[in-house]
Design a protein. Structure first.
Lengths: 459, 446
């Protein structure tokens, strides 16, 4: 094909595509996102789209398939579900008289990096994990960009490191796992034996497995990524100094997030280094056999979680799931948790009132995180406002309950120490003023233009 | 929707100012339709808007004769004509300019509010976590109250005393009342061999204890009348192979890999749930492996985990005679004539029969097959196995109540497992297998 004949928009497309070869590129053209070439064939097949074609040069057409921009989320969700990664090229700037509009990759959506509320299971964290194995040690890191959770651990085994790493991943049930990319990955026949331990591990897992540049997993590079992101001189504050495998996995995961999110990740505010020996060990097959969070057929209904999950908020649902995956060994810690439950068992009225209030509480955690990440919608702000209207009510109920408990002759326990909202507000005074301002912020419509008076006129 | 849309009036003086300034223009356009209808007498006249022409007046073809002279025709449709007037365009530009500014302003204000929220994100996230903890506590309490769970008690020593334990999922799923069962383990009684026919509820009992412990250690109440739990550091399970089969590994290999993992990593604080270890291979291989595994767990100072071992090899109940910390339990069965009734109750002692044929009948295996199997079982147990013999008439059938042991069992019994080296064990195993092979060979020659 002669370069001169190629349309400018085709050149633009090919440039972007070359930078994101492992993705399906959704290329914004007016009111549509279009896919081309092989991408178009994949999209047409997987999404039941009509495969058409588009001229790209004199006498040359390429396959094309597109989806309308207002319905794009559903289509992306379906591709992610099937294990694809989707890069989204948006039109930026103003249309010019000459040449195509400027286009830029706004983000890359992958199974482990979803933030859209419609694509997330609200009672389940959507983890991206990274794993690296070196001899008898392994590093596992995981991140949840919709809540800002970011943690890493270093595992060691005198025997089978693979099963130890697998156990940790079974607990996390990540949607996507990053492993170091070997040179010949792309040409690898899936029936051929795996050449690296990480690859063997990835095949054991049900999660999407994404090979990610091997140098990202190297200690120097990984450490640099972490230091730069957090703006620190040392990783000591995060507890991962002296745990090189944890650093390598965490750095690789963070670099991947940076690329898919195309920039800063303000919601990742810290790295939590943890040791697995604080928790009960549940190996991968036990996890499955006991049907803890899902049955052998993969359903929550019929699992232990299905029976005990009576939580009212998405945050609560995710916390219960996390606790189920990390049972404690420390008796005082367990007693403290049981005290909280006991408080609500003993006081049925309080329990009903609190649960009633919680049922009206939206996902404060993910909403706040979206605000932090600069991806908030007006719905998120109204949701935050709604939560903050409920908080004083809840606090009042809990304070009353504590009062009742302390008045009884032989107080068995108090809710105060265990329920942090209750004795003192977790946020400084003055915040209320802020809330008042937000109340003024109303529902936003994507385009306001003209709707106002048109509606008025219709009435 | 009221004017202003995104931001409530009173929040931004600038925004309110723009809205006020264009109020006249918006009102004028809003009132135009009625005004023009009255003036022209065209009842169907409409004011509309599209992206290409902006605002227009639409008149149906039937009424075009009534259109005033100052209307400028812009577009002809099948049934109507669209017009503009210079006055309309003037107001339009006022409104559109204002809308653009309003839109920009609202976007800016929205961003500012987001920034203010972001500045308080730490406090908001802390609040979210507190809400999550309250939610989980209240939810677990709700389940506990509804399902009659109790608060577990913990201690550091490796005990387990669960009274009236139930399976949290099964009790919710089944209609008939769930039969609760006890479990009492301590340093003296560490390995419980659970025998009993398939379908009697061995697996449910095994799993319910693992789930009760798991629930306790996440800080939940548990489905029991009383639960005293010595904290468990790891739960291991070896339960019938499932999805690994699809991966192409043989059942037996999977079983052995999992068993190896348990034997290498269990600690005295662990809980082991072993369901039918050794099932994937021939009977004597399986039994020998099961026996050796239990022995290892019993004798190894670092691996003496609390173990629930379910098996349908009722021969294994003899281990309790040789190993002081092993106890036998079985799932009670009531016999009513030739039928068996599963009572789902765990009672001390070993089961002496596996009732496999009864289960076969329950499963709907055709009667002739069941009768033939009964006859063969009788021959096998009396050591007079003759594959060629005729099926006995059902009327003449007498169920075997006391099984006679094959000689191999006696050989097994004579083995002093405590003094056996692995190599000796293998040799012995070979002998045992040969013995069985010879017996069968002899019979065939006959």
């Amino acid at each position: 094909m002669d370069d001169k004949d190629t349309t400018p928009i085709r050149k633009q497309y090919l440039d972007l595509k070359a930078r994101y070869p492992d993705t399906i590129l959704f290329f914004r053209l007016g009111d549509f996102y279009e896919t081309f070439d092989d991408d178009a064939e994949v999209a047409a097949r997987e999404l039941d789209l009509v495969l058409t074609s588009r001229p790209v040069a004199k006498g040359e057409r390429v396959p094309m398939a597109g989806v309308p921009h207002h319905a794009v989320e559903g289509y992306i969700a379906r591709l992610i579900e099937k294990g694809y990664r989707v890069a989204i090229a948006e039109q930026v700037g103003e249309p010019t008289s000459r040449g195509p509009m400027e286009r830029r990759i706004e983000r890359v959506v992958t199974a482990g990096t979803i933030t859209e509320p419609t694509m997330l299971d609200e009672k389940r964290p959507n983890y991206l994990a990274a794993v690296v194995i070196d001899g008898k040690r392994a590093g596992v890191a995981y991140a949840e960009i919709s809540t800002g959770e970011f943690a890493a651990t270093q595992l060691e085994a005198d025997g089978d490191i693979l099963s130890v790493a697998r156990q940790e991943l079974a607990r996390l049930q990540p949607r996507e796992v990053l492993i170091p990319k070997t040179a010949a990955w792309k040409d690898r026949d899936p029936d051929q034996p795996a050449t690296r331990l990480e690859e063997t591990l990835a095949r054991m897992l049900q999660a999407n497995c994404t090979p990610w540049a091997a140098y990202r997993f190297e200690e120097t590079s990984a450490r640099q990524t972490l230091l730069e992101h957090f703006g620190v001189q040392t990783l000591q504050g995060f507890g991962c100094e002296g745990k090189p495998l944890a650093v390598r996995a965490a750095g690789a995961a963070l670099a991947y997030l940076q690329e898919t999110q195309q920039g800063l990740l303000p919601q990742i505010i810290g790295l939590h280094t943890y040791a697995t020996d604080r928790f009960m060990g549940i190996d991968a097959s036990t996890w499955r056999n006991l049907e803890i969070t899902e049955t052998l057929r993969g359903e929550k209904q019929g699992s232990l979680l299905g029976v005990i999950d009576a939580t009212s908020t998405p945050m609560g649902g995710r916390l219960l799931r996390a606790r189920l995956a990390q049972p404690l060994l420390d008796i005082p810690e367990l007693e403290a948790r049981l005290d909280q439950v006991q408080g609500f068992v003993d006081d049925g009225i309080l329990r009903a009132q609190v649960r009633q209030a919680l049922k009206r509480t939206p996902d404060l955690e993910r909403m706040t995180t979206r605000v932090l990440a600069g991806r908030a919608s007006p719905r998120d702000l109204t949701g935050i406002r709604a939560t903050l209207e409920i908080v004083p009510e809840l606090r009042g109920k809990l304070e009353e309950a504590n009062q009742r408990i302390s008045e009884s002759a032989n107080p068995p326990l108090s809710l105060s120490p265990s329920l942090p909202l209750s004795p003192s507000p977790p946020h400084p005074p003055g915040l209320r003023h802020c809330w008042r301002d937000w109340r003024r912020c109303r529902r936003l419509r994507a385009s306001l233009r003209m709707r106002l008076w048109m509606n008025h006129r219709r009435r | 929707m009221s004017a202003g849309g995104l931001i409530r009036p009173g929040f931004s003086a600038e925004l309110d100012g723009i809205l006020l300034a264009t109020k006249d223009a918006r009102d004028w356009i809003a009132g135009l339709e009625n005004k023009e209808r009255a003036r022209t007498g065209i009842k169907t006249l409409k004011v509309g808007y599209n992206k290409v022409f902006g605002y227009y007046l639409e008149v149906t073809q039937a009424n075009t004769a009534l259109v005033p002279a100052h209307y400028i025709r812009k577009q002809t449709l099948v049934n109507s004509e669209r017009y503009i007037t210079p006055e309309l365009k003037e107001y339009e530009s006022l409104v559109l300019n204002a809308e653009e500014r309003i839109s920009e302003l609202e976007t800016r204000l929205f961003r500012e509010i987001c920034e203010r929220v972001a500045a308080r994100a730490q406090a908001l996230l802390a609040t979210a976590q507190a809400l999550a903890r309250i939610d989980v506590a209240a939810a677990l309490a709700d389940v506990a109250a509804r399902q009659h769970y109790v608060r577990p008690m913990f201690e550091a020593s490796p005990v387990l005393a669960i009274e009236g334990g139930r399976h949290p999922v099964v009790e919710r799923a089944q209609r008939e009342p769930f039969i609760p069962n006890d479990l009492a383990m301590d340093a003296e009684s560490r390995i419980h061999i659970i025998t009993g026919p398939n379908m009697a509820g061995k697996s449910v009992f095994l799993r319910q204890n693992a789930l009760i412990i798991l629930m306790a250690q996440i800080g939940s109440f548990v489905p029991a009348e009383r639960a005293h739990i010595g904290v468990v550091d790891r739960i291991f399970t070896r339960i019938g192979a499932s999805d690994e089969l699809a991966a192409g590994q043989s059942t037996f290999m999977v079983e052995m890999v999992e068993t190896a993992n348990i034997l290498n990593h269990a600690t005295p604080q662990s809980l082991l749930i072993l369901d039918e270890v050794g099932r994937g291979t021939s009977t004597y291989d399986g039994m020998a492996i099961a026996w050796a595994v239990v022995e290892y767990l019993h004798n190894h100072p670092e691996r003496r985990a609390r173990t629930l071992f379910a098996t349908h090899y009722h021969e294994l109940i003899e281990m309790a005679e040789h190993l002081p910390h092993v106890r036998n339990f079985n799932l009670a069965v009531a016999e009513e004539g030739r039928d068996v009734v599963f009572l789902h109750k765990v009672v001390p002692g070993g089961a002496d029969r596996s009732y496999g044929i009864h289960v076969a009948r329950l499963a709907g295996i055709p009667a002739p097959v069941v009768h033939r199997a009964e006859g063969l079982l009788e021959e096998l147990e009396s050591g007079e196995f003759r594959p060629g013999t005729q099926v006995q008439e059902p009327e003449h059938f007498q169920p075997m109540l006391i099984a006679q042991e094959p000689p191999v069992v006696e050989m097994l019994r004579q083995i002093d497992v405590n003094s056996l080296t692995p190599l000796d064990a293998l040799t012995k195993l070979y002998e045992l297998q040969k013995q069985v092979g010879e017996r069968q060979g002899k019979k065939r020659k006959r």
